[in-house]
Design a protein around this ligand. Structure first.
Ligand SMILES: [Fe+2]
Length: 226
């Protein structure tokens, strides 16, 4: 737990000073496992491309947009400040979402796919009937999501309940409500499965549960819902 939590915190706060105003930028986090460690559920080729190319591209473009925002703000260029918001949301969301996603996965030999224990397990049973019912619901909603996006299991801190949500494109979960805390996010963009599963997204959504890191989701749940 400690290692993954540290990686996640580091990922979302890793910074490098840029410019005299100390603008903070972001960098690609290491994965907490090897690229091939999730096989056969997710191939090594997919994991490497997804991490090194796709996640890196979001970070590169996020940093670029932040630098442009900094320059536009300094100049008092309100039009450009507004124009940059969509790039910041898309690429910043891509960085946030993927940083969570890597922690939501684990090799089978390290507990991937093992059902959640403790309070998260009970809450899932109370909210959805059973873990199997939750998996069915998330798989169905993920398969039905048009275009690209994410399906989430979230804790709603305001109402102290578990919810399933979907977000389009790279919208982070917080766009669906400020009190939502992501416990588990599944990437249903084609780049997450196409090389292995082609156009059959339901097969990807069937197999990914074999490498879901419920321990990580439980740790976040217990921290946010003491
Ligand atoms: Fe992705």
């Amino acid at each position: 737990m400690a290692l993954r939590t540290l990686i996640n915190r580091k990922t979302l706060t890793t910074t490098a000073p840029l410019g005299f105003r100390g603008l903070q930028t972001f960098s690609l986090p290491d994965l907490p496992y090897d690229y091939g460690a999730l096989e056969p559920a997710i191939s090594s080729e997919i994991m490497q491309l997804h991490h090194q190319k796709h996640h890196q591209a979001y970070i590169t473009n996020y940093n670029k947009a932040l630098e442009q925002l900094d320059a536009a703000t300094t100049k008092g260029d309100a039009s450009t400040v507004v124009k940059l918001q969509s790039a910041i949301k898309f690429n910043g969301g891509g960085h946030v979402n993927h940083s969570i996603f890597w922690n939501n996965l684990a090799p089978v030999r390290e507990g991937g796919g093992e059902p959640p224990k403790g309070s998260l397990g009970w809450s899932i049973d109370n909210s959805f009937g059973s873990l199997e019912a939750l998996i069915q619901k998330m798989s169905t909603e993920g398969a039905a999501l048009q275009g690209s996006g994410w399906v989430w299991l979230a804790l709603d801190k305001e109402f102290k309940r578990l919810v399933v949500e979907t977000t389009a494109n790279q919208d982070p979960l917080v766009t669906k409500g400020p009190s939502l805390v992501p416990l588990l996010g599944i990437d249903v963009w084609e780049h997450a499965y196409y090389l292995q599963y082609k156009n059959v997204r339901p097969d990807y959504l069937k197999n990914i549960w074999k490498v879901i890191n419920w321990k990580y989701a439980s740790e976040v749940f217990e921290k946010e819902n003491p």
